[in-house]
Design a protein. Structure first.
Length: 311
């Protein structure tokens, strides 16, 4: 099982180094995109690691903007061009960390070789704040020349201009949404790459939608032959109601994250049933105690894994 890990990062160089070290395996390569605004020199220690490749085509990313999709696509292209025999591409944040040892992760992906671990559910979903306004309104997330007036301008556009015809833009595709983080087969990744190249109008439409990172890959795979293999997210996220983002991982999360099998958080901003996960977020440079506890748990899991395999 050959895995390409794709990591989007912009800070917390110390934690990123620990993440890369924890993912290291003879069966994996690691591709990293550092936000263009960040000082690449901060990541020099990680750049010296073997089998780690930094993306040269760096994107200036912005939250909820298509730039995050573009950075993910750049990593995907880089991995697919690097080696034709990758079987699985895994998109992670630099704030993630594995909650299983690498041999377990590789065995998991081998057992579910055809599964597309990408969260996808109907858009809209009002209960989780996923409204059709994400598609039908104009969003100016990245507008540096208009930075001081962009929100007022966006409000004026949506008050007086016709709503965007998202159904026409999608060409009959059903819109879905879900978590930004995924682990898909190489065949699914090639489908996304080829579809994007063949349908530039869809890419242009997505430039001005809200949170395209929670729409683009999800919708393309949902409206494809890969839909039948779509499974659940495998990234633990504790996202409490009425909060604007997930919690930082701390002591309160460790009982769940050190179990033999780790399930997603009870609150994960998703309607899906809680299922097994392989990674968790969010961590930063101050998360050393939590990371060390997970590393100790991973050592125990590794021993149990080898014991089962040799029994």
């Amino acid at each position: 099982m050959k895995i390409a890990y794709l990591i989007l990062a912009h800070n917390n160089a110390s934690h990123l180094h620990k993440l890369v070290a924890a993912l290291d395996s003879d069966h994996a390569s690691i591709f990293i995109h550092i936000d263009k605004k960040a000082d690449i020199g901060d990541f020099a220690q990680t750049r010296r690691l073997p089998n780690v490749y930094f993306c040269e085509d760096r994107v200036d990313g912005a939250w909820a903007d298509f730039s995050l999709v573009r950075a993910s696509l750049n990593l995907m292209e880089m991995a697919l061009d690097h080696a034709p025999d990758f079987e699985r591409l895994v998109l992670l944040s630099g704030a993630c960390f594995p909650v299983q040892p690498t041999v377990y992760i590789e065995d998991f992906f081998a057992r579910y070789a055809d599964a597309e671990f990408i969260e996808a559910y109907d858009l809209p979903n009002e209960a989780y704040g996923k409204t059709l306004g994400r598609l039908s309104h104009y969003w100016l997330r990245r507008s540096p020349p208009l930075i001081r007036v962009k929100w007022r301008l966006q409000k004026l556009i949506n008050a007086f201009a016709p709503q965007r015809d998202y159904k026409k833009a999608l060409g009959g595709m059903t819109p879905v949404t879900g978590s930004q983080w995924w682990a898909i087969t190489a065949a699914a990744a090639r489908h996304v790459r080829d579809f994007m190249r063949d349908h530039p109008d869809l890419t242009r439409f997505c430039q001005n939608i809200d949170c395209p990172d929670e729409f683009f890959f999800q919708t393309l795979l949902w409206n494809s032959p890969f839909q039948q293999n779509i499974a659940h997210s495998i990234t633990y996220t504790s996202w409490m109601p009425d909060q604007t983002g997930p919690e930082m991982i701390g002591a309160a999360h460790l009982p769940a994250l050190t179990e033999a099998v780790v399930l997603d958080a009870p609150n994960n901003n998703s309607p899906h049933p809680k299922a097994e996960v392989l990674f968790a977020r969010k961590f930063d440079d101050s998360s050393e105690q939590a990371v060390n506890a997970i590393l100790r748990a991973n050592e125990a899991r590794l021993a149990r894994f080898h014991a089962r395999k040799s029994a």
